[in-house]
Design a protein around this ligand. Structure first.
Ligand code: MG
Length: 367
């Protein structure tokens, strides 16, 4: 089997809530998503998606994904899409780093492998654990009382894990954490995600001020070393995200006991192949995970579902259903949240069928 064509489509994904805001005043109103189609000489096609959280979150931006696919694509024509480790080595040899550029191509090739094998990707990634898995809901940064007001609304949708966007003024963030914590019910979990937004002295003040609150602290500061310093001064459960983007930082974090939970975003690692490698390493090392991506629509949500559903339940801290945040469907067959939980498709591959009228004409074609 050979890759004969790679094309990329651009789709805007508006938000039901109008905008999504996080640390440092960063916000996005409409997400710019790239959907990749990989076609083969057997007539089987697979799809993937990559959607950066704006150009200022990770070293990734939407137009860069498409430029990168145009650059990388010619090196992949004639390659076998179902030999995924070989394909990833080829991508790494042809384009240094730029993990997010490779993510949607890798995802599309897993979709092809599943169709060839007649198996859902989740079974190929190790097996399906249970009937479904637990989701969290991100609470966009607003005034403390407005954020607290969201808890009941999201709990009515079934969510029991709430990820609060902090990383702003530390005094207001302390109020945000306390206001939301007051709304929690037994069984709920609260995560305060600063998204690198605090300096060390600010993070130190926040973790001390909320010491009596049952809250996870996620990525308080920009660098790994700063986060490690905060970690060593607090007894809150600790999550690392932005700084953990490959095996080397993951192993360093494990050696330093730097985190209790790691956030594995598919495109941050470069696709399902490498995210699975990180997932399996975390299981071997005893580290729980949030499994998600930077952002996305139906296809990213399907890929998250396959990776999350094939993760041993006790290691899956939580996962995300981005397709319920955005108003624009892009594929049929994508998993839909039910009572705050999600399940991977039982159809072969990713189990999705893109809506051609939404994708429109490709903006990049390599053949
Ligand atoms: Mg995070």
């Amino acid at each position: 089997m050979k890759i004969t064509r790679i094309s990329a489509h651009q789709v805007d994904l508006p938000l039901y809530e109008g905008s999504y805001k996080w640390s440092g005043g960063k916000s996005v109103d409409v997400f710019d998503s790239t959907i990749v189609k990989v076609e083969t000489d057997d007539g089987i096609a697979g799809h993937g998606e990559v959607c950066p959280l704006g150009p200022f979150y990770l070293p990734a931006y939407a137009a860069g994904a498409r430029a990168g696919i145009a650059e990388l694509g010619p090196h992949l024509l004639g390659e076998n899409p179902i030999e995924l480790d070989k394909l990833n080595r080829r991508m790494d040899a042809a384009l240094k780093e730029h993990a997010y550029v490779k993510s949607a191509i890798d995802m599309a090739c897993w979709d092809i492998l599943g169709q060839v094998a007649g198996l859902p990707v989740c079974e190929l990634l190790g097996g399906r654990y249970g009937d479904d898995f637990v989701l969290y809901r991100a609470i966009s940064q607003e005034a403390p009382e407005a954020m607290a007001g969201r808890v009941a609304e999201y709990r009515a949708e079934g969510y029991r894990r709430f990820q609060l966007k902090v990383g702003g003024d530390p005094d207001v963030d302390i109020e945000r954490i306390r206001a939301v914590a007051d709304k929690l019910k037994p069984g709920d979990k609260l995560i305060a995600d600063a998204n690198t937004g605090w300096l060390k002295h600010e993070a130190m003040r926040v973790v001390r001020a909320v010491r009596d609150v049952d809250v996870y602290i996620e990525q308080p500061c920009l660098s790994y070393e700063e986060c490690l310093s905060i970690r060593r001064h607090t007894d809150h459960p600790f999550v690392l995200d932005e700084d953990i983007d490959g095996m080397t930082p993951l192993l360093q974090g494990h050696a330093d006991l730097a985190m209790d939970v790691v956030n594995i975003k598919i495109s941050k690692f470069g696709g399902l192949t490498k995210a699975r490698q990180a997932r399996d390493l975390c299981v071997s090392l005893g580290i729980a995970m949030t499994i998600e991506d930077s952002w996305g629509g139906d296809i990213v949500t399907a890929a998250i579902a396959h990776l999350a559903h094939s993760t041993p339940t006790e290691f899956l801290f939580t996962a995300t259903d981005f397709n319920s945040y955005v108003t624009q469907p892009i594929a049929e067959g994508a998993p839909q949240r039910e009572n705050g939980r999600l399940a991977a498709s039982k159809k072969p591959g990713l189990g999705i069928e893109p809506l051609q009228e939404v994708l429109g004409d490709p903006v990049v074609t390599v053949e």
